[in-house]
Design a binder for this molecule. Structure first.
Ligand code: PRP
Ligand code: ADE
Length: 171
């Protein structure tokens, strides 16, 4: 199955000049979503992760079912101000805005193997900020995974762990 057939491309969202890759159509298609999660699980299993970290908000949609499939724990990398207790934060630039991510300082046990999961890799700002946070709280980040990679933005160059993408757009 070509999963690209299930991605909707919307020009000029959320601002002029951005071509937005919408996963709503993929999520809504039962077979395509099953295939997506099967392929993610196959790529991720190799790393024998203890924990899957999902990046708010679309990353949660991918990371939580992946964690269930692999029998792993699931932890949240969130937008700021939403997590109770002690947290650490990191501010960065993504494809269209400045953003901050936050994690609980006790989110992982020291040395736990973590795969960071998001729906889409663009500039890599979100993914590398999330990896920095996870390391700050003691995680051994072993890989990053996403459904869509915007290869022309070269986001994976900013990431120092193996990156798995189910599909790549080169222009
Ligand atoms: O590689 P980058 O340039 O950092 O861009 C990728 C990030 O941008 C999108 O999230 P967005 O901030 O739009 O939030 P959402 O998931 O809440 O829609 C996407 O879900 C990734 O998290
Ligand atoms: N072009 C894009 N489409 C969908 N999500 C994104 N996140 C960052 N860039 C994006």
């Amino acid at each position: 199955m070509d999963l690209k057939d299930h991605i909707r491309e919307i020009p000029d969202f959320p601002k002029p000049g951005i071509l937005f890759y919408d996963i709503s159509t993929l999520l809504a298609h039962a077979d395509a979503w099953q295939v997506t999660m099967g392929r993610m699980a196959k790529a991720a299993r190799v790393y024998q992760p203890d924990v899957i970290a999902g990046v708010e908000s679309r990353g949660f949609l991918v990371a939580a079912p992946l964690a269930l499939k692999l029998g792993c724990g699931f932890i949240m990398v969130r937008k700021p101000g939403k997590l109770p207790g002690g947290t650490v934060t990191h501010t960065y630039q993504n494809e269209y805005r400045e953003d901050t991510v936050e994690i609980q300082d006790n989110a992982v046990e020291p040395g736990q193997r973590v795969i960071v999961v998001d729906d889409l890799l663009a500039t890599g700002g979100t993914m590398s900020a999330s990896i920095s946070l996870l390391r700050k709280v003691g995680a051994d980040v072993c890989a990053a995974a996403c459904i869509i990679e915007l290869g022309f933005l070269k986001g994976r160059d900013a990431i120092d762990v193996p990156v798995h993408a189910l599909m790549t757009y080169d222009s």
